[in-house]
Design a protein around this ligand. Structure first.
Ligand SMILES: NC(=O)c1ccc[n+]([C@@H]2O[C@H](COP(=O)([O-])OP(=O)(O)OC[C@H]3O[C@@H](n4cnc5c(N)ncnc54)[C@H](OP(=O)(O)O)[C@@H]3O)[C@@H](O)[C@H]2O)c1
Length: 276
């Protein structure tokens, strides 16, 4: 079996970039990102464009496939538009296999480093459909098409039900992170106890009140950083693997540089409960 990938420090997210996807993916790699998040969900992502960006970076000698952590997702039909990456009349296990095969084709690779269930079939419960999809994802992993598995947009209840069903637990969890919910505290704690890597998205867009918080702005100034950088550095500090979807080269550089900000441990602690 192939070695497990190194867990990255930052994920570059490729949603909502449409015809700029290839150029922005290549730019992100030129700027220093080595981990890319996408999904085989044409409604919000242009995965083939991500593949074009990767190919351009390979041609330019910026990176090789071995340098990269590539993550994609399986999305149920209800999360898709008419541009489906599978036959919707096929059983779910076949949909999973077809979706991943199409992702590998888009990304011109024989495996992804992480394959994520984009969201469970019900907002309330971990259902039999989810169990069937998860089992199919496991088979894809065991066949070598993915190194690690993840789930996204899940609640503590989903996770507890998943665990109670004796399912193999994921390596990654990817959720929107609201400061008013203690930055998804209860799910983060569940993950921490089980060594599941928590990936946080919308760290900036879901939390405008944090970015406008006067003491935080003042502290950012003292650290010669931006409030956005403080949020990303804080996220690292509490064990979140952050995503950024910036389309701006200067912000790409700032987001990566946030890892070097010297944020005191007591500030990290205070920020964790700043809004909830
Ligand atoms: N699993 C899911 O269901 C799900 C859902 C949503 C997103 N995601 C993933 O997460 C990725 C990121 O999404 P997101 O919601 O976190 O972000 P996003 O929607 O891509 O937006 C990031 C925002 O933050 C701004 N920004 C980034 N760095 C900044 C900086 N240093 N200073 C100021 N502004 C900055 C960006 O503006 P500029 O462009 O001007 O920099 C942009 O407006 C997506 O691309 C996708 O891969 C997954």
């Amino acid at each position: 079996m192939a070695a497990e990938p190194r867990i990255p420090d930052f994920l570059y997210g490729t949603a909502w970039k449409e015809d700029r996807t290839a150029a922005l993916t290549e730019l992100a790699l030129r700027t220093g990102f080595r981990a890319i998040d996408t999904a085989n969900q044409r409604r919000h992502y242009f995965e083939a464009g991500v593949g074009e960006g990767l190919a351009a970076a390979y041609r330019a000698g910026i990176v090789t496939r071995a340098d990269l952590f590539l993550q994609t997702k399986f999305t149920y039909k209800r999360g898709q538009d008419h541009r489906l990456p599978y036959d919707p009349s096929a059983i779910l296990a076949t949909q999973v296999a077809q979706s991943l095969a199409s992702s590998l084709d888009h990304l011109s690779t024989d495996h992804v480093d992480s394959f994520v269930l984009h969201g469970p079939s019900s907002a309330d419960d971990w259902t039999e459909d989810d169990a069937e999809v998860w089992e199919a994802m496991r088979r894809e992993r065991d066949a070598g098409h993915a190194r690690l598995l993840g789930v996204s947009n899940v609640s503590l209840r989903h996770l507890e039900q998943m665990e109670a069903s004796h399912a193999e637990m994921p390596s990654f969890l990817q959720n929107r992170c609201f400061a008013c919910l203690g930055w998804d505290r209860e799910v983060r704690l569940f993950c921490k106890e089980r060594k599941i890597v928590y990936q946080g998205f919308s760290l900036l867009t879901a939390n405008p009140e944090v970015l406008e918080h006067r003491p935080l702005i003042a502290m950012a100034e003292r650290l010669n950083a931006t409030p956005a950088q403080v949020v990303f550095r804080f996220a690292h500090g509490i064990g979140i693997l952050p995503l950024t979807g910036t389309s701006d080269e200067a912000h790409m550089k700032q987001d990566l540089a946030s890892a070097d900000i010297n944020l005191p441990a007591d500030v990290v602690l205070a920020m964790e409960s700043l809004m909830g």
